[in-house]
Design a protein around this ligand. Structure first.
Ligand code: ADE
Ligand code: ZN
Length: 333
């Protein structure tokens, strides 16, 4: 059990973190019918990446006011704090807010209020990473970057691209990443999840990123693994998500440890926890149970994640202290 290990999560989509009970509560607020969204056990219904995105968009559409989004981040960050997380980043997507009739400013302020309330209650620190949704097209991704750059918010510290990797080429997003980078945002791109190592290579060749969302399929190209290690690119690995989407049959077969042993900077995250039956605590537990990660190794993974976090240096040092305290056997706070 890894309950006592302080955890750092870099890769989680805020709309994908919406737990069914919260979606039900918010839908009831607005009188929204959810027929067909959940199965008889109360879990989201989906069977492949495309139907996952459909369920995800439908569940996201119940969040309509800043207060709804405040409840979403509050629920998520207090939940991961209860599992030992001391820091978390979530991907946000203005396009989901626009679909609900909200402005970017109201969306971000709602999300930020939930983060502040969760920190006051549990001590967890949170940040937001604006994303463009690639299957909506390069123009929408560019618009997401321009919006994040032109409307800075102290808790929006990064920019990325998510969505269906099978659509468009990483080079279609170069301008968006240039603008976001010039605005001082940390940069990460989903690659090597639904597509193979060529998509990771394209991301590295075309986008000025320090992290890759997933990147796991780089394992299929040993020269690429060497390049990722040599360039110090950090992988936001999400083993539970990869198993749920059928990339690997089980956690034991996931290349997490092989990538680490090849010298790659690896981190662990839950991606879309209620959809994939995961959580940050479960991901740490699975690595320990199925890949024999020791407590010290898991703490080191948290250190790698904190070093790669899109957060100011003063906050990073404060959080590092909590990891150090845990490593020295003390209470982590
Ligand atoms: N958006 C939400 N979850 C995602 C995933 N696993 N891959 C790409 N885009 C996503
Ligand atoms: Zn993701």
């Amino acid at each position: 059990m890894t309950a006592a290990i302080p955890k750092v999560e870099l890769h989680c989509h805020v709309e994908g973190a919406a737990r069914p009970a919260l979606v039900r509560r918010v839908a009831a607020r607005h009188g929204i019918d959810l027929t067909g969204l959940f199965d008889e056990k109360g879990d989201y219904v989906w069977h492949d990446f495309t139907s996952f995105l459909g369920a995800y968009d439908r569940a996201s559409s119940v969040f309509r006011t800043p207060e709804d989004f405040r409840d979403l981040t509050f629920d998520h960050f207090t939940a991961i704090a209860a599992e030992g997380a001391i820091y978390g980043e979530v991907f946000i997507s203005a396009d989901h807010a626009y679909a609900s009739g909200l402005t970017y400013a109201d969306y971000v302020e709602g999300l930020a209020a939930g983060i502040r309330d969760a920190e006051a209650e549990s001590g967890i620190v949170g940040r937001l990473v604006a994303t463009g949704v690639r299957h909506l097209g390069p123009d929408r991704v560019l618009a997401a970057a321009i919006t994040a750059a032109e409307q800075p918010h102290p808790l929006v510290t990064g920019f990325g691209v998510a969505g269906d990797e099978r659509m468009h080429h990483q080079s279609d997003f170069s301008e968006a990443f240039r603008i976001a980078g010039e605005a001082g945002l940390g940069l990460t791109a989903h690659a090597g999840e639904l597509c193979g190592p060529e998509s990771v290579t394209a991301a590295l060749d075309n986008l000025p990123i320090s992290r890759i969302g997933h990147g796991v399929r780089a394992i299929e190209d040993p020269a690429l693994v060497e390049r990722i290690a040599a360039e110090g690119i950090v992988l936001e690995l999400c083993p539970g998500s990869n198993v749920a989407l059928g990339l690997y049959p089980d956690i034991a077969s996931h290349p997490f440890r092989r990538l680490m042993e090849a010298g790659v900077a690896v981190t662990v995250s839950s991606d879309d926890p209620p959809y994939f039956g995961s959580s940050i605590g479960a991901e740490y537990d699975w690595l320990q149970r199925d890949q024999a990660f020791t407590d010290a190794e898991l703490l080191a993974i948290g250190r790698t994640a904190l070093a790669a976090a899109f957060v100011d240096e003063a906050t990073r040092s404060r959080l590092e202290q909590r990891l150090n305290n845990a490593a020295n056997g003390g209470s982590e706070s």
